[in-house]
Design a protein around this ligand. Structure first.
Ligand SMILES: *Cc1c(COP(=O)(O)O)cnc(C)c1O
Length: 377
């Protein structure tokens, strides 16, 4: 069972949706399929009924929409880098010929809003800021409210946010958080097979994007968003995943996977209950770690609800991960330089608390065995 920080375990009902007969992507069936997504995508992005923000789906992995987001902004970009994916966002800007300034934040923490404000003031004006809400590489979740406050003082700067392992796992408030373009793949907290990605774009972002001379074609954000509004896709979409996404969105909105006592919830309440479940799973995972004398890698206030990154101390991470795999549970070693020093548990998507207890129980057994091996040596 996949407890890595994405891709995560996919329910059989969703896999079954991927097995439906093929449809023509210019057919009424495709149009109806896209229409099924529309009532629910605004809930994922936390949009109010009168929001002017547009949602869309595109057949590409999240990195594709990361690149698309940069096609819609001017050349001066400020990138907050606090892990592997925010570094990718920064590098992508450079490779696309943007003039990129970086705020380097220690891995394990998120950007200090005062520092963000200072750099925007002293080195700006910038056309855009890039930010990763949930650094899957370090388990750091950066609260979006404080950055939004800062960005409000810099009205001409657009905010581009990677929501990959965050959306459908934690509450987004796109408009309130003053986001201009946000995107995510579906293989993380949406718990679908990989291959398509969702996004939302503000009116301001769309105005900026229309003014950019070279937006390419396949990753042109205007083509992607305007196409979706017309219930069309620029190119042949991955229809099996559209079916799976439609069912998953409907199931989340109807509270279908919530614990028994919460089954009556629907709409935004059901989404909130899903987010609360992830917070409880984070708290339970960190309490379990504390019981073994292990501390979270991220600093207080930045601990992700969907992926816990835990400092391994004396624990042999390679042996621990391998021992769990033998028992049927896959978790991840640390990322990059953190390999061997941390391990990561992805408690996202449709994983539930009973499943987490079973995983932690197995982890206890592996740790007990490793401890006795160490004692014998
Ligand atoms: C997984 C991940 C990505 C990359 O997603 P792909 O679908 O592999 O392109 C980007 N950002 C974050 C935060 C991620 O967790």
């Amino acid at each position: 069972m996949l407890w890595i920080p994405g891709p995560t375990e996919v329910r059989p009902e969703l896999l079954a949706e991927c097995g439906r007969p093929a449809i023509g992507h210019r057919s009424p069936a495709m149009r109806e399929l896209i229409e099924r997504l529309d009532p629910h995508l605004p809930l994922a992005f936390g949009l109010g009924a009168d929001s002017k923000t547009a949602c869309a789906v595109h057949s590409v992995s999240a990195s594709g929409l990361m690149e698309a987001s940069l096609h819609g902004v001017g050349p001066r970009v400020l990138s907050v880098v606090n892990g592997a994916f925010s570094k990718r966002f920064r590098d992508m800007g450079r490779l696309m010929g943007k003039e990129v300034t970086t705020i380097d934040v220690a891995w394990g923490s998120g950007v200090d809003p005062a520092e963000l404000d200072r750099v925007l003031d002293q080195k700006g004006p910038f056309d855009a800021v890039t930010l990763v809400s949930n650094e899957t590489s370090t388990g750091v979740c950066t609260p979006l409210g404080p950055s939004a406050e800062v960005l409000r003082k810099h009205p001409r700067t657009l905010l581009l946010v990677d929501l990959v392992s965050y959306i459908a796992g934690a509450p987004v408030d796109f408009d309130d958080h003053r986001i201009d373009f946000a995107f995510a793949g579906v293989q993380k907290a949406f718990a679908l097979p990989p291959g398509i990605a969702v996004c939302a774009a503000s009116e301001r972002y769309m105005q900026s994007a229309r003014q950019q001379a070279t937006r390419g074609w396949a990753l042109d954000p205007v083509r992607i968003v305007e196409g979706h509004l017309q219930h069309k896709t620029p190119a042949t979409p991955c229809t099996p995943l559209y079916y799976a996404l439609a069912k998953q969105l409907e199931d989340i909105s109807s509270g279908a996977m919530l614990p028994e006592g919460e089954r009556g919830l629907s709409g935004a309440d059901a989404w909130q209950a899903r987010f609360a479940k992830h917070e409880r799973m984070r708290d339970r995972t960190l309490a379990w770690a504390a019981g073994h004398g292990l501390n979270p890698f991220p600093v207080e206030g930045f601990r992700s609800p969907t992926v816990s990154c835990i400092a391994a101390g004396e624990l042999d991470v390679g042996a621990f991960v391998a021992g769990l795999k033998e028992l049927g549970y896959e978790i991840s070693n640390g990322y990059g330089d953190l390999k061997g020093k941390t391990f990561r548990i992805g408690h996202m998507g449709d994983h539930d608390e009973a499943g987490l207890e079973a995983l932690l129980d197995a982890a206890d057994r592996v740790i007990a065995r490793l401890g006795s091996v160490a004692a014998d040596a």
